[in-house]
Ligand binder design. Structure first.
Ligand SMILES: [Zn+2]
Ligand SMILES: [Zn+2]
Length: 73
């Protein structure tokens, strides 16, 4: 059975609220695409069961990393 991330595959959406300003946090994609900045390499390589996504607040620009559990297709 193949495990896929529901966000990457457009199966579901996440509506996240910013902890600081209660603004809307936008999905910026997988953290893997931002490895040049601060993403932890080890964590990504071990991510068999989850997909790490980066969310950014459109109001105060605060950034949050969220683990998305993969689902079986
Ligand atoms: Zn994903
Ligand atoms: Zn915010």
């Amino acid at each position: 059975m193949e495990k896929v991330c529901p966000i990457c595959n457009g199966l579901s959406m996440i509506n996240l609220q910013c902890e600081k300003c209660k603004g809307t946090m936008k999905d910026m994609g997988r953290v893997q695409e931002y490895t040049d900045s601060y993403a932890c390499q080890l964590e990504i390589n071990d991510a068999v069961d989850y997909c790490m996504h980066l969310f950014k607040c459109i109001q105060c620009n605060s950034i949050k990393r969220i683990k998305i559990s993969k689902i079986n297709l």
